[in-house]
Design a protein around this ligand. Structure first.
Ligand SMILES: NC(=O)C1=CN([C@@H]2O[C@H](COP(=O)(O)OP(=O)(O)OC[C@H]3O[C@@H](n4cnc5c(N)ncnc54)[C@H](O)[C@@H]3O)[C@@H](O)[C@H]2O)C=CC1
Ligand SMILES: O=C(CO)COP(=O)(O)O
Length: 342
C-alpha cells in the first residue's frame, strides 16, 4: 500500500507523555499538527516552557510546532469529529481503560494505541479493552514493532506495523506515519501483533537474567528462539496467525527488546541477576516495564489454554513466587528433550 495521504498534514492528539508518546510526538511534529497530552499538570507546564520532557525523555528538544497540554478536553477537541484525524493513546496498558472511558463522551473516529501487554486484572488484550469501552463505532488499531523511544526521538530509522481490522484506519496511519525514516507496514492480525508485543517483554526479562548471570551468547540465542516458540503457541491459541510472529511485532520486537540495553524489561532481568529486589529495580527505572505486570496474566492464560510456556512461567516464578534467577535457569535446563517443533 502506498502512503497516499502522507502529503498533507493530519491533526494528531497523543494521550500520554511518557517516553514513547513524547518520542513519537517529536518524530511527527514536523509533518503534522501534533498535540501531546500528559496527566501531570506541573510536568506539562514545565515541558511547555523548557521544551523538554525532563521526567520521561530528558535530553530531547520538543519542536516548536509541538503543542503540549494537560487539558484533556483540549487534546480531545483537537481531533474529535474529524474523520481524518488520529487519536493515539501512548500510556502504559494500565492507562488504556481509564483513558478510553474518558473518551466515551466524545466523537472519536480513529483510535490507535502504542501500549504492549495484557490488562493485569482482566487478562484482556488492549483491543478488547478498547472495544469494551468504545464499542464498534470507533476504528481501532495497535501500532507496534521494534522501536526504542530514544532512537525514534533522535530520528534514527525504524519499522513499525499498524494492526487493525479497519482498512481505512490502516491507510490513515500508514499515510500519516510512514516516511522520514519510519517505515509502516500493516496487517489485520490485531491479536497476533498484540500478543507478540506483550509476551516479548517477559522474554526480555528472561534474557536479562541469563545475560546478567553471564551464561553466554549461545544461551541467549537459545532463549530467544524458544521464546519465539512460546509467543507463537500462545498467539495461535488466542486467535493470532503464525506468520505474524515472524514479523516486526513478533521476532522483530523480540530481538530488539531481548538484546538492546535500552529495554526497560531487559534491565529488570539484569537487575534480578544482580540480586536486586524487584520493587527497587522498578522504582529505579522510573518507567513502566510491562513484562512485570503482564507475566501473571500470561501464566494464567497459558494454563487456561493449555499452552506450554516454560520460560514465561519461570520468569513469573522469579517475579512473584520468590524463585531465584539461578532456579529459573535450572528449571529450564532440566526439562526433558523434545521435538523442536513442539
Ligand atoms: N519506550 C519505548 O521505547 C516503547 C514503549 N512502548 C510501550 O508504550 C507504553 C508506554 O511506554 P513508555 O512511554 O515508554 O512508558 P513510560 O513509563 O515512559 O510512561 C508511561 C506513561 O503512561 C502513563 N500511565 C501509566 N499508568 C497510567 C494510568 N494508570 N493511567 C493513565 N496513564 C498512565 C504515564 O503517565 C506515562 O505517560 C508501554 O506499554 C510500552 O510497553 C512501545 C514501544 C516503544
Ligand atoms: O517495546 C519496546 C521497543 O519496541 C520497548 O521495550 P521496553 O519497554 O522493554 O523498553
Amino acid at each position: 500500500m502506498q502512503a497516499s495521504k502522507a502529503a498533507h498534514p493530519v491533526k494528531i492528539s497523543i494521550l500520554g507523555a511518557g517516553a514513547w508518546g513524547t518520542a513519537l510526538a517529536i518524530a511527527l511534529a514536523d509533518r503534522h499538527q501534533v498535540l501531546l497530552w500528559g496527566r501531570d499538570e506541573q510536568a506539562m507546564r514545565s515541558a511547555a516552557t523548557t521544551r523538554e520532557n525532563a521526567a520521561y525523555l530528558p535530553g530531547f528538544a520538543l519542536p516548536d510546532s509541538l503543542q503540549v497540554t494537560s487539558g484533556f478536553d483540549e487534546a480531545v477537541a483537537h481531533v474529535a469529529g474529524n474523520p481524518e484525524a488520529l487519536l493515539i493513546v501512548a500510556s502504559a496498558v494500565a492507562g488504556l481503560r481509564p483513558l478510553t472511558q474518558r473518551l466515551q463522551a466524545h466523537p472519536i473516529p480513529n483510535l490507535v494505541w502504542l501500549c504492549k501487554g495484557f490488562e493485569e486484572q482482566t487478562r484482556l488484550l488492549p483491543h478488547q479493552v478498547a472495544r469494551d469501552m468504545l464499542g464498534t463505532e470507533v476504528a481501532l488499531g495497535a501500532l507496534s514493532g521494534p522501536s526504542f523511544a530514544q532512537e525514534v526521538a533522535r530520528g534514527l530509522p525504524c519499522a513499525l506495523t499498524i494492526a487493525s481490522d479497519s482498512p481505512a484506519l490502516r491507510e490513515l496511519v500508514v499515510g500519516a506515519v510512514h516516511g522520514h525514516g519510519m517505515r509502516v507496514y500493516s496487517t489485520d492480525d490485531l491479536v497476533g501483533v498484540e500478543v507478540g508485543g506483550a509476551v516479548k517483554n517477559i522474554l526480555a526479562i528472561a534474557t536479562g537474567v541469563v545475560d546478567g548471570l553471564g551464561l553466554g551468547l549461545n544461551a541467549r540465542a537459545a532463549l530467544i528462539t524458544r521464546g519465539l516458540a512460546e509467543i507463537t503457541r500462545l498467539g495461535i491459541a488466542l486467535g493470532g496467525r503464525a506468520e505474524t510472529f515472524m514479523g516486526l511485532a513478533g521476532i522483530g520486537d523480540l530481538i530488539l527488546t531481548c538484546t538492546g540495553d535500552l529495554s526497560r524489561n531487559r534491565q529488570v532481568g539484569l537487575g534480578l541477576a544482580q540480586g536486586k529486589k524487584l520493587d527497587a529495580i522498578v522504582t529505579e527505572l522510573g518507567h513502566v516495564a510491562e513484562g512485570v505486570r503482564c507475566a501473571r496474566a500470561v501464566r494464567a492464560l497459558a494454563a487456561q489454554h493449555q499452552v506450554e510456556m516454560p520460560i514465561a512461567n519461570a520468569v513469573a516464578a522469579v517475579l512473584f513466587d520468590g524463585g531465584s534467577p539461578r532456579d529459573m535457569v535450572e528449571s529450564l535446563l532440566s526439562r526433558d528433550p523434545r521435538d523442536e517443533r513442539a
